[in-house]
Design a protein around this ligand. Sequence first.
Ligand SMILES: [Zn+2]
Length: 89
Amino acid sequence: MPIFEFDCRACGEHFEHLVLPWWENAGKTPDCPACQSSDVQRALSICAVSSDNTRKTNLDRARKKSKKIAREKEVEEFKQAVEHANEHH
Ligand SMILES: [Zn+2]
């Protein structure tokens, strides 16, 4: 089932929500998780692309995130190595 991004018009919350197949035909949208308003609209950025692209975008985003974590880990290990080296001098 596709997950779409939504913007809440009441409070500006941006959130992702699973959309049931019949929702689209019924014009149904999920309620805002922040303020429970039903005044939400589908985020335009996702509207224009196919679900394949959406999946790829999410994958890229996840990959970038894990890369960042890996880099932070490297920095931490480097710091520890430097500290360790200093202890022996
Ligand atoms: Zn809201």
